[in-house]
Design a protein around this ligand. Structure first.
Ligand code: ADP
Ligand code: MG
Length: 241
């Protein structure tokens, strides 16, 4: 589904991604871990072309995103749902409007179709009763479940999560991880940057350790956690486990 070849990204003289090569198959759940500042968010943002790679290629469903036009990128991003640490909901809009704004504005659905899809997704995330609420009336965990629902309304082929539980109070982490597990079980292709090692062990088909802008190690979760090879991964795991 996504083929990343020799991906590099620099900001000025700072070389953040220094050559990332990996392939994400349909239905895979890839968990990305690594130290703060190692380039995890930059990697995700390159995948859906919120950032323009300095060099290398990203082939998504057969199409090279490094060559796609701006117009085409908008269409492609509809297929890649993104969930951020800080929810990014519109505070002045009801939950229903938050969920339906993008598909209606982009001309993908009529308001009625979008409402129907939004109601289905609210049901999926267990928040049907919040359709007319505003974001500030929801808990952090509820806001993040709404952000996930909003991405799902677009019927994406892959979901990208950037530390979706890092901004949550501890008692709300579980409800968001459970929803993500549910999506994983339903076969969604997922790339998840997280510090939740339990989630990685339980849900990942593959775990990637990004360190200083390269993939320093990748493996199935059992071997990744029980038999890490890279010394910096060992050091990292000794701090987080
Ligand atoms: P991580 O998500 O692993 O913590 P990031 O990908 O957010 O790391 O950031 C990696 C490095 O890139 C950091 O040093 C950060 O300051 C830098 N960086 C990220 N985005 C930008 C940007 N838009 N302009 C300049 N530097 C950036
Ligand atoms: Mg980050």
């Amino acid at each position: 589904m996504i083929e990343v070849k020799g991906l590099k990204k620099s900001f000025g003289k700072q070389h953040i991604l220094r050559g990332i090569t990996t392939t994400i198959q349909k239905g895979e759940k890839v968990v990305v871990i690594g130290p703060s500042g190692s380039g995890k968010s930059t990697f995700l943002r390159c995948l859906n072309r919120l950032e323009k790679p300095t060099s290398g290629s990203i082939i998504f469903e057969g199409e090279d995103l490094t060559r796609a036009s701006e117009k085409r990128l908008y269409e492609i991003r509809e297929k890649m749902g993104m969930v951020f640490q800080h929810f990014h909901l519109f505070p002045h809009l009801s939950i229903m409007k938050n969920l339906t704004l993008a598909p209606v504005k982009l001309g993908l659905m009529s308001q009625e179709e979008a409402n129907k899809s939004a109601r289905a997704m609210l049901k999926k995330v267990g928040l049907s009763d919040k359709a007319e609420a505003f974001p500030n009336q929801l808990s952090g965990g509820q806001k993040q479940r709404i952000a996930i629902a909003r991405a799902l309304v677009m019927n994406p082929d892959v979901m990208l999560f950037d530390e979706p539980t890092s901004a949550l109070d501890p008692e709300m982490v579980g409800e968001v991880l459970n929803l993500m597990k549910q999506l994983a079980d339903e076969g969604m292709t997922m790339v998840v940057v997280t510090h939740e090692m339990g989630f990685a062990r339980e849900v990942a088909s593959r775990v990637i350790f990004i360190d200083e802008g390269v993939i320093a190690e990748e493996n199935d979760p059992y071997n990744f956690f029980n038999n890490p090879q890279n010394p910096r991964l060992r050091q990292f795991l000794s701090k987080v486990l």
